[in-house]
Write a protein that binds this ligand. Structure first.
Ligand SMILES: Nc1nc(=O)c2c([nH]1)NC[C@@H]1CN(c3ccc(C(=O)N[C@@H](CCC(=O)O)C(=O)O)cc3)C=[N+]21
Length: 286
């Protein structure tokens, strides 16, 4: 392997150390930041993610506000929980774990979150603020990627970046974030309908893959020395019959890339750290 690994787990730990200090300063002002989570149903994957978020909160001194509803909860029950969290001054930010059961209206639910308590940064108002360059909570995964690159001195200014994936949680907002004046990268936003994807990824200094297609990016698709970020996380059944998660980047890429953000141990821990960071920021604003 030739690529330098950009360790998201270690960087997330560093960020948590910094947050702990900010949480202490808030405590001196009598403020304890509170993160709410809303989980509907008992999907084991979603339960694991939510548990992880509460463990993270405990580590930095953020209070956890946990709301759980059964898989057959009505839209009204979900609406009521959101109204309660919107009104609760102890809750500085919260997330609704996605995906929601199919009978619920995800768009309606996301729009009911108070935009100023939107810890995920995924509310239409906040995505609009991002488009317009206004202040607001930023989406956690895109923000985590930018922060990880910054802390490893990967230059964005003047760099060409190929983003593969146009989803609302990663690819699309990431393109917006990278092209802000403060980042000044030049972005090509590719997707599953892109013709000759390799021509775009080969031309890029940085390739970020968030398509949810295991093994999509192979070594022949990048220029030697490029920095590659694997955002994919797809559950697959291995040869041994056991389930595991796999990324969008073929392992062979590590031979050609100059830097690699691996999955696991890359973007996931950074996403979690940025969620905490969004909540502490909300609490600091008072
Ligand atoms: N409202 C909402 N907000 C989300 O941010 C959200 C969501 N819904 N639904 C599901 C996805 C998925 N997601 C992950 C976060 C961290 C890891 C993570 O930390 N993964 C570890 C591996 C697993 C572990 O060690 O826990 C890693 O990449 O190293 C993975 C996946 C957030 N999501």
């Amino acid at each position: 392997m030739t690529a330098t690994l950009l360790d998201g787990k270690a960087t997330a730990a560093e960020i948590k150390d910094e947050l702990r200090i900010r949480v202490k300063a808030l405590a001196e002002r009598g403020i304890i930041p509170g993160l709410g989570t809303v989980l509907v149903g008992a999907d084991p994957g979603s339960q694991a993610y939510v548990n992880g978020k509460h463990r993270d909160c405990a580590e930095v001194g953020i209070a956890s506000i946990r709301r759980e509803l059964p898989a057959d909860a009505t839209q009204q029950q979900v609406d009521d929980v959101l109204a309660e969290l919107n009104a609760d001054p102890a809750c500085h930010g919260y997330i609704v774990q996605l995906p929601l059961p199919a009978h619920l209206d995800t768009q309606r639910v996301l729009e009911l979150i108070d935009p100023d308590k939107d810890a995920d940064g995924l509310h239409p108002v906040n995505l609009g603020r991002l488009v317009l360059g206004y202040d607001g909570p930023l989406p956690c995964t895109p923000r985590g990627i930018v922060e990880l690159l910054r802390r490893h001195d990967v230059a964005l200014r003047g760099a060409t970046v190929a983003v593969v994936g146009r989803g609302n949680t990663v690819g699309r907002p990431l393109g917006l974030l990278l092209t802000r004046r403060s980042e000044n990268a030049t972005v090509t936003l590719c997707h599953t309908g892109t013709l000759d994807l390799a021509s775009h990824t080969r031309a890029a200094d940085i390739v970020i893959v968030a398509a949810g297609v295991p093994g999509l990016l192979t070594a022949d698709m990048i220029s030697p020395g490029a920095v590659v970020v694997d955002v994919g996380i797809t559950r697959v059944i291995g040869a041994d019959g056991k389930g595991r998660y796999t990324g969008d980047v073929d392992p062979g890429v590590a031979e050609t890339a100059g830097g690699l953000v691996p999955m696991p141990g890359g973007v996931g821990p950074m996403t979690r750290a940025m969620l905490l960071s969004n909540v502490v920021e909300r609490a600091e604003r008072g």
